[in-house]
Design a protein around this ligand. Structure first.
Ligand code: NAP
Length: 300
């Protein structure tokens, strides 16, 4: 049996579906079991647990041959780093209590660095903490920059006719579609061939800059020549807090962007068949961005 945290989320939903497709026994975890019904109708067992509830999580993990673990982001947290540490501690204790021997985790490019990478510091610490869990073999998937991050641009395009953010327009990003992370995690869980503590980067099909992304998105939405503008931190923080993100989280995201812009936070591995994933930005834009853009336009 496999236990999947964040099963309704971007990556966890793909992990759960792929394992169910292979006829595996799957326990999906989320805060509300009713919302996990689509997995139950496919044969999964739904388990309601908050990741901060260590006892519930331990029960969820008990009997698992493998687990998919991530820190669900709480963008409104007034102290996001402390929140990440609390979640990590809960997951680590629950994996140990539940006697789990193999876990695939969602980490990030940049998790090799101990500081100055904003929320990614929490993933660095998660990797270190899980190394202390007795009997656990862990594979940390250090994913690149989610293509889904560009969905936040839909409102900006509508409001200002351009794309904007804290990342430099010309910095190459290992942009990856989350569906490819879920697929890689499912494959690793099916193989269960990792030992000790391992990290593996997942880098998307090729590096893409925000300037290129704006071109691709502009063409798809009928705004050729759509521009991307790098904004100063204070403006980014103001915009993000206006969207319900805490000031602390907005500041951390600016710190991460500065680390990306300076080249401090970057992939360590050379591109290879193993770390290159299939979904192109063009495909993502057609299949995910465009429907979301049209949906928001229709509801405006
Ligand atoms: N954005 C990037 O570029 C990037 C890059 C690398 C790594 N990452 C990492 O990716 C991770 C997010 O992965 P994701 O996008 O797959 O997740 P996600 O889509 O945000 O989904 C997380 C799921 O977790 C569940 N959840 C939320 N709070 C919970 C709680 N307190 N207890 C139990 N479950 C909870 C939610 O489902 P329910 O509503 O059913 O509870 C939610 O669907 C983060 O750790 C982030 O640091 C992000």
């Amino acid at each position: 049996m496999y236990v999947i945290l964040g099963a309704r989320g971007n990556t966890g939903s793909v992990v759960a579906r792929k394992l169910l497709d292979k006829g595996k026994k799957v326990r999906v975890v989320g805060r509300d079991s009713n919302k996990l019904a689509p997995f139950v109708s496919r044969g999964a067992d739904a388990f309601a647990a908050d990741v901060l509830d260590t006892d519930a999580l331990s029960r969820a993990f008990t009997g698992a041959q493998g687990a998919y673990a991530l820190i669900p982001p709480d963008m409104s947290s007034p102290d996001f780093r402390a929140h990440q540490d609390r979640v990590t501690e809960s997951i680590a204790k629950a994996l140990e209590k539940g006697g789990v021997t193999h876990a695939v985790t969602l980490s990030s490019v940049g998790a090799d660095k101990p500081d100055k990478t904003g929320p990614v510091v929490g993933l660095h610490k998660m990797e270190l903490r899980l190394a202390q869990v007795r009997g656990l073999n862990a594979l940390h998937l250090r994913a690149g920059y989610f293509m889904e991050n560009t969905l936040a641009q839909i409102g900006i395009i509508r409001g200002f006719g351009m794309m904007a953010g804290p990342v430099r327009a010309d910095v190459p990003l290992a942009m990856i579609a989350t569906r490819d992370i879920g697929a890689a995690a499912a494959e690793a869980l099916l193989r269960l061939d990792f030992k000790g503590q391992q990290a593996q980067e997942l880098l998307g099909p090729r590096d893409v800059t925000y300037a290129e992304a704006a071109k691709t998105i502009g063409l798809a939405i009928g705004k050729p020549g759509l521009a991307y503008l790098q904004l100063p931190d204070e403006q980014v923080i103001q915009a993000m807090t206006g969207m319900g993100i805490s000031r602390n989280m907005a500041q951390l995201l600016c710190e991460m962007s500065a680390a990306i812009n300076s080249g401090y936070m970057k992939p360590l591995e050379r591109r290879s068949e193993k770390n290159t994933t299939p979904t192109t930005l063009e495909a993502f834009v057609q299949e995910v961005f465009l429907p979301a853009h049209q949906g928001q336009a229709a509801s405006a």
